[in-house]
Design a protein around this ligand. Structure first.
Ligand SMILES: *Cc1c(COP(=O)(O)O)cnc(C)c1O
Length: 423
């Protein structure tokens, strides 16, 4: 592979998604590689917010049923628009809540300890919020988290072995909750196999798709996954605090939600104002209260781009970008103490590259001082996400060369090797 910038420019010319880049607010002086933490604003997302604001301005209360996107049906509409990203039937997806509240809702609904089966299986590498939620759900059921939450161990601190996960599915496990893509190493778990093995043992299984949705394809319906949940502000570019999403397999339709509210209703019945809930007969049943419409609005614009681009093409470009980035790191940064800690194998490599370095905190600060936006993960990790819809190969080239000069001139030593409040 050539390390010349002209090679990167050639790859950009062959990129079939390059027109989407112009739909995002990308500052020309900034190299943004943090789309797996907060995706960038697109013009379409901005326009969609304006449209919802306009219907408020124009219709007042009647915006619930009037205007281009009646608010009463927006969560369902956005669910239908997201279904292709997770391989779901349109009614299996609803845009509601946040990652963590959706996990609470789904655990409250699907974790039914019974007889010997009283434990939840998670992993030791997952994002803290998921673990806190699972522990508190155990506590609500009067179970001790130390005893009833089992966390699969990683052999190398970065990845999980499918066989270790399966081995941990003992006859005491009632529920398994795992990420689709690990937030640090970016490893893709074999959701299909793990689901099959869980079901063989009578275990319900759900996945956290925060780092996989919008980055890799899924087939949740075919794989027979029981439920899933995710945020929409990372790869889906829904904006800070945008409304989350969830999937419930159609085979569970008709069940009562664990945490009910009036938006769990069958929509025809909701305004009958009865005190006994008639829950929606689809994933809509897992909503609780009034949707956060202004935080859902950007998704109308953002998801339309995913519909046009198609997750297949997004994944294809993403793999080329991460491959190119890793090759450049191998050749340009070889003498500077970086380890590539994400899996290289395409079958299990997610949408970002994960580097480790003992000076990672101050290297990230030096990158930011040079207008490169990486993502630091305590204590020694640097995540770099070249995003298919808006990053270019040339940007990857520039970023690696800035990193190289920071290492060569040791300018990172001007910064303290300590994380900021948000990192
Ligand atoms: C980003 C992320 C979260 C964040 O949860 P919110 O409720 O959206 O704040 C939770 N879990 C994982 C795995 C994440 O990557």
């Amino acid at each position: 592979m050539s390390t010349d910038i002209t090679y990167a420019q050639e790859l950009d010319k062959e990129d079939e998604l390059n027109e989407f880049r112009h739909e995002f607010y990308q500052s020309p002086e900034r190299l943004y590689f943090d789309g797996n933490s907060l995706g960038l604003l697109s013009k379409r997302a901005e326009q969609a917010v304006n449209t919802i604001m306009e219907s408020w301005k124009q219709y007042g209360i009647d915006g619930w049923t009037e205007g281009e996107h009646p608010w009463f049906y927006l969560s369902e509409k956005l669910g239908r628009m997201s279904a292709h990203l997770v391989g779901a039937q349109p009614k299996e997806v609803i845009i509601t809540g946040s990652t963590t509240t959706n996990l609470h809702q789904l655990t409250a609904s699907f974790f039914q300890p019974n007889g010997k089966k009283t434990k939840i299986l998670a992993d030791e590498l997952n994002f803290p919020s998921d673990i806190y939620a699972l522990k508190s759900q155990l506590q609500l059921k009067g179970l001790h988290p130390e005893e009833h939450l089992i966390q699969v161990k990683s052999r190398n601190g970065h990845t999980l072995e499918t066989s270790d996960i399966i081995e941990a599915m003992t006859d005491e496990i009632a529920l398994v909750v795992l990420p689709g893509v690990l937030y640090r190493s970016g490893q893709i778990l074999d959701m299909k196999t793990i689901t099959k093995e869980a079901h063989k043992r009578g275990i319900i299984i759900g996945f956290d798709l925060c780092h996989s949705i919008g980055s890799i394809p899924h087939q949740l319906n075919d794989w027979d996954v029981d439920f899933a949940f995710w945020c929409t502000y990372k790869h889906l570019n829904g904006g800070p605090g945008s409304v989350g999403g969830l999937f419930v397999h159609q085979k569970h339709f008709g069940n009562h939600p664990g945490l009910a509210g009036w938006f769990s209703s069958n929509k025809e019945k909701q305004f009958d104002m009865e005190h006994s809930l008639t829950a929606a007969s689809d994933a809509g049943a897992y909503q609780i209260g009034t949707p956060h419409l202004l935080s859902a609005a950007p998704l109308l614009g953002s998801l339309s781009m995913f519909e046009e681009a198609g997750i297949g093409k997004i994944r294809k470009k993403s793999l080329l970008l991460t491959e190119y980035l890793m090759n450049l790191i191998d050749t340009e940064l070889i003498d500077h103490g970086f380890t590539i800690a994400n899996p290289r194998d395409q079958a299990i490599r997610g949408g970002h590259v994960y580097l480790e370095h003992p000076e990672a905190a101050r290297i990230c600060k030096a990158l930011k001082a040079n207008r490169v936006i990486p993502d630091f993960r305590n204590p020694n990790g640097i995540r770099l996400a070249p995003v298919a819809l808006y990053n270019t190969f040339e940007e990857v080239w520039k970023m690696v060369n800035i990193l190289k000069s920071i290492m060569e001139n040791q300018s990172y030593k001007h910064f303290e090797n300590k994380r900021g409040v948000i990192a």
